[in-house]
Design a protein around this ligand. Sequence first.
Ligand SMILES: *[C@@H]1O[C@H](CO)[C@@H](O)[C@H](O)[C@H]1NC(C)=O
Ligand SMILES: *[C@@H]1O[C@H](CO)[C@@H](O)[C@H](O)[C@H]1NC(C)=O
Ligand SMILES: *[C@@H]1O[C@H](CO)[C@@H](O)[C@H](O)[C@H]1NC(C)=O
Ligand SMILES: *[C@@H]1O[C@H](CO)[C@@H](O)[C@H](O)[C@H]1NC(C)=O
Ligand SMILES: *[C@@H]1O[C@H](CO)[C@@H](O)[C@H](O)[C@H]1NC(C)=O
Ligand SMILES: *[C@@H]1O[C@H](CO)[C@@H](O)[C@H](O)[C@H]1NC(C)=O
Length: 609
Amino acid sequence: MFATSLVLAAIGSVLSVEALTIAEINGNKFLSPYSGQTVTNVTGLITAKSSAGIFLRSTTPDDDPRTSESIYVYSSTVGTNLTVGDIISLDGKVSEYRSTATYLYLTELGSPKNVKVLSSGNAVTPLVIGEDTGLPPTSQYTSLDGGDIFAVPNGVANISSVNPVLDPTSYGLDFWESLSGELVTIKNVTIIARPNSYRESWIAGGWPASGRNAHGGLTMSAKDPDANPETLMVGTPLDGTKNPTTSKMGDKAADVMGIVYQQFGFYYILPVTALTVTAPASAAAPPVSFTSKGNCKGVTIGDYNVENMAPTPLSHINAVASHVANALKTPDLMFIQEIQDNTGPTDDGVVDANKTLTALVAAIKTASNVTYSFVDIDPVNDLDGGQPGGNIRQAYIYRPEVVSLYNPNPGSSTDANEVLPGPALKFNPGRIDPANSAWTVSRKPLVAAWKAKGAKKPFFTVNVHWSSKGGGTSYEGDVRPPVNGALDARQAQAEVTSDFIAQILAEDPSARVIASGDFNEFSFVQPIETFTAKTGLTDLDEVVGRPIEERYTYLFDMNTQALDHMFVSPALAANTKGYEHIHVNSWAAPKGVVSDHDPSVALLNVCGC
Ligand SMILES: *[C@@H]1O[C@H](CO)[C@@H](O)[C@H](O)[C@H]1NC(C)=O
Ligand SMILES: *[C@@H]1O[C@H](CO)[C@@H](O)[C@H](O)[C@H]1NC(C)=O
Ligand SMILES: *[C@@H]1O[C@H](CO)[C@@H](O)[C@H](O)[C@H]1NC(C)=O
Ligand SMILES: *[C@@H]1O[C@H](CO)[C@@H](O)[C@H](O)[C@H]1NC(C)=O
Ligand SMILES: *[C@@H]1O[C@H](CO)[C@@H](O)[C@H](O)[C@H]1NC(C)=O
Ligand SMILES: *[C@@H]1O[C@H](CO)[C@@H](O)[C@H](O)[C@H]1NC(C)=O
């Protein structure tokens, strides 16, 4: 018996398999149980054609919501004499395709043979998502995330190894996989992110969605946690038309009919024809609602990652200056990240950025008639990461009639700042522990102490730009939980940054400390949790009670999200008058984008009396 079944299994793997339904070929998991095998007389209705194949829907569906009733037949010639609405039978080889090892696979039929048209002119009706199907799950992506897509450690399992049975009512990836290859219609479409350079943009249908912000995007949060799998990327139209390049977050679009498809690490809808915007959202983000009081009772503090600002192009500097002047209303002090050296990305040993900063403050002066001073510390050439040769660094610009450096004593690139009794800073400004390995190929925090007009005591600022998430894997990828790129670096940076701030507050628990910048991390993920626990600082979004959906400064894939934060010590939390994220970039269409980050502004009483 044993020997016989072994022989049969061996034969089964080389012989072709007859009379399978498309649902049987797909199976109820991510990967087909017939991968690598030839299947004969597969029968289905052609629902759509692409330049590289056809999509077949079963004429003998089952009633299992886990098994897709459709499949992609991959061949540039198979569709030549076939028409949407034909019912055909064919033979083919089942395969699983992906272009990169960290992506999910697409199940497809290759090498089609014996194509027979059984009938033509049959009706082709898309399934309406949410009406003819279940509703897309709104928070979890897969059972393999253990309930938390942001869990540490991550990258502990691969969907393609475990190949779990699909649970389309609970998990977003399972939901879309259960419709792989299917012709669907999405109604009541909102565009949730501007298109990428391939004119592909993320959408959500009118189904219940979590995390919806007031502008129409979907914001991720710690709740559940919510990373918004109820979304699809709209790919290149099947009919050769082109998606718009001017679409943006919050635009309403006409119903999208197309094929659910897996490519490039995401679930897509390949629309039959181009996406059409029916009601564009406004890209005109309201400016900050408050202004400075001109003294310590109400100092405005801005934060802005200005994305690789070099002396040229001047158009970039002018666009940022216009934001500072008009959207941020010329804050008294600004934390800035990504100022490049005087020769920008040319890797020539130049590290000084005074031309860049002089050009920025001159442009702000032109735009607002406000005169800023600036201060920064050059990195050691090529040691702080970012665009090669650019030597990005943090800087402060400030209005000296309201705030000025308190006992200035600038540190060098390699000087490690220290907290002295008082508290006071050994170097003002100075960098935190530049030799610490936590900062390898990354930006050292720029610490300063400031005197505000009318204040009795200084306040302290820590301008951070932690390591980016580059090298991570997609939320819709194979690797679970997805790899959070450079997590270990940010964790080490959180420890070092926290230790310094904790020393200031150990000297004086009522010290006024502001830590702000591009943390490259969400407030509910380990490095920031460590940071707030060790420093006792509070996120200003918490202090002002901003709704969770409105906490965003960045658009990435399907999510609006907060990588930029402003944290304050208890003495300032109790004296916060306002804090706003100004969505000049996340609401913009591609042409209007000045930086990949939105700026923020706070209004704080820093008097310390
Ligand atoms: C192919 O399948 C159809 C049903 O889909 C069936 O009627 C037909 O007999 C099959 N042909 C062969 C050669 O098995
Ligand atoms: C399409 O039909 C034409 C005419 O019958 C035939 O010559 C050609 O080989 C067919 N092409 C394919 C890909 O079946
Ligand atoms: C997951 O797949 C990737 C890419 O093939 C591989 O590098 C990694 O080791 C796998 N991880 C696990 C936990 O199997
Ligand atoms: C679309 O919107 C209409 C009107 O608001 C509503 O009646 C309908 O249920 C929605 N359908 C879907 C699938 O979201
Ligand atoms: C930049 O600094 C150098 C050296 O101190 C100085 O010679 C130059 O004039 C400065 N450039 C600007 C634009 O301020
Ligand atoms: C610009 O600012 C200067 C100095 O603060 C002031 O004297 C001048 O009147 C201002 N000009 C305009 C056009 O507001």
